[in-house]
Design a protein around this ligand. Structure first.
Ligand code: GLN
Length: 483
């Protein structure tokens, strides 16, 4: 049963081939059996899941027919879940039970989806390898000596190893797309404002966006349809109707205009990944797409701009973790200042501290203009590059990552080399446009992802292209051996 995709599960539940309770029980047993090898879950909420599964079965028996009714999922541990541990991968929240559900969690609950637990992640979503979690690193099911990507590494490993059919993730600079690429999944970061950030613990508020991770584009469409929508509780949420993502999947690709940015194929890209990307282009041409060379001239400035803006916002967002209101508190504080200092010193890990320091520096008087303001100007140039590119093409295609999944610990002492891995993903967050990563083959037994970027609110188009590609290829169906 664990091999089924989310769409197959939906059909199985509809046709009464199995109940949600049976399915949930089977998956929980498998998680208990297998996750010791991966460390993808921080909390498994078995009793709650079985109760929710029974409730979903009862709703179905009464005639309700929401497609996700009884479908098992799990949430990145950055989404607040009422009464359930919500750690954000950090010691500072190791004992935090959220008092309310994030909008995404509430919407999926309402649709009848059953959450099996909370998934491991880089501390406060800062990272590309899931090695900065207080709860230990996550292993990549394709090679357990390698990283699964990050920061949604728990979501990626759990779905890739078939512990759950789909999961939520969040993406501030690539944290849905990059782990999806390194574990052979499909994942989409929607347009900024499409999915509510209410109850998503903030990393960099102007970049953060939640989205689905699954094996197929169809599964992502199913989940995104339930996650997306206007939320008055999030002031950056956009009041625009949600497209029917399932309905657009079948649209033919004839006439699709694909842009290939020349800057995406320069130095730094593993040539074996470049070959896979070009093979995808050839396949899409056979489906009727046309291809055009384009330029995104400000790509070279993206990493420096992102690594000023994201830490600046993080330094402000993370000031709320003070040892007073919630979370970890140091023992025997001498006075209030000592309590603040030691709770934060003991509660945050190294990468989080590094970013708080960089961000505080960039925002301080005297440096604000030189760093933060300049980074914001670059951000606008990057956005403008996309606006002009989308005048001539429908989607932009390229690699999701410059390299394959690396060995655990390999980049530990070198944060900048990890930051460079984000080169192809962060621009979508800086501009606010949607981006999708899909499986595109293997090099040395490790998955390769291809990224599709679209204009604002073109999630449907990206899912459509990925779905059509998945009708003529079977990369996305490959499973890691041993899982
Ligand atoms: N790797 C990037 C970072 O560390 C992106 C993380 C994310 O998208 N949450 O900031």
């Amino acid at each position: 049963m664990h091999q089924l995709t989310l769409a197959e599960i939906v059909r199985g539940l509809q046709d009464k081939q199995f109940s949600s309770e049976e399915l949930t029980g089977a998956l929980l047993a498998r998680i208990a059996d297998v996750d010791t090898r991966l460390n993808s879950f921080i909390s498994v909420t078995g009793d709650l899941a079985i109760a929710d599964a029974k409730a979903a079965d009862a709703r179905r028996a009464k005639g309700e027919s929401d497609p996700l009714l009884g479908a098992p999922i799990a949430h990145k541990d950055l989404f607040c879940t009422e009464g359930v541990l919500t750690t954000c991968g950090s010691k500072i929240l190791h004992n935090f039970k959220a008092p309310y559900d994030a909008t995404v969690v509430a919407k999926l609950k309402e649709a009848g989806a059953v959450s099996l637990g909370k998934l491991n992640m880089d501390e406060f979503a800062m990272g590309s390898a899931n090695e900065s979690s207080h709860f230990g690193p996550v292993k990549n099911p394709w090679d357990t000596e390698r990283v699964p990507g990050g920061s949604s590494g728990g979501s990626a490993a759990a779905v890739a190893a078939r512990l759950i059919p789909a999961a939520t993730g969040t993406d501030t600079g690539g944290s849905i797309r990059q782990p999806a690429a390194l574990t052979n999944l499909t994942g989409i970061k929607p347009t900024y404002g499409r999915v509510s950030r209410w109850g998503m613990i903030a990393y960099a508020s102007s970049l953060d966006q939640g989205g689905p991770m699954a094996r197929t584009a169809e599964d992502c469409a199913l989940l995104l349809g339930a996650m997306a929508g206007f939320d008055p509780k999030d002031s950056t949420s956009i009041d625009q109707p949600v497209d029917d993502y399932l309905a657009v999947l079948a649209q033919p690709l004839a006439g699709l205009r694909i842009g290939l940015p020349k800057e995406y194929f320069g130095a730094g890209l593993d040539p074996r990944i470049a070959d896979k990307v070009m093979a995808v282009v050839e396949e899409l041409k056979k489906l009727g797409a046309t291809v055009k060379d384009i330029s995104l001239p400000n790509l070279q400035h993206a990493i420096p701009a992102y690594y000023v803006i994201a830490p600046a916002e993080a330094s402000s967002n993370l000031s709320r973790f003070d040892g007073v209101r919630f979370g970890y508190r140091c023992e025997d504080p001498k006075d209030l200042m000592d309590l603040y200092k030691r709770s934060r010193a003991e509660g945050f890990g190294d990468e989080v501290k590094r970013r708080i320091m960089v961000g505080t520096y960039a925002l301080s008087a005297g440096y604000y203009d030189a760093y933060y303001l300049k980074a914001q100007k670059i951000r606008r140039l990057i956005k403008n590059d996309f606006v002009s590119a989308f005048e001539g093409v429908d989607v932009i295609l390229g690699p999701t990552t410059p390299n394959l999944a690396w060995k655990l610990g390999e980049k530990g002492g070198d944060p900048v080399s990890a930051y460079l891995e984000d080169i192809y993903t962060i621009t979508a967050n800086l501009a606010g446009i949607p981006g999708l990563s899909m499986p595109a083959g293997f090099v040395d037994g490790l998955p390769v992802g291809v990224q599709l970027l679209g204009n604002y609110f073109q999630e449907g188009r990206l899912l459509n292209v990925a779905h059509q590609y998945q009708q003529v290829t079977d990369w996305h169906q490959q499973a890691p051996s041993g899982f």
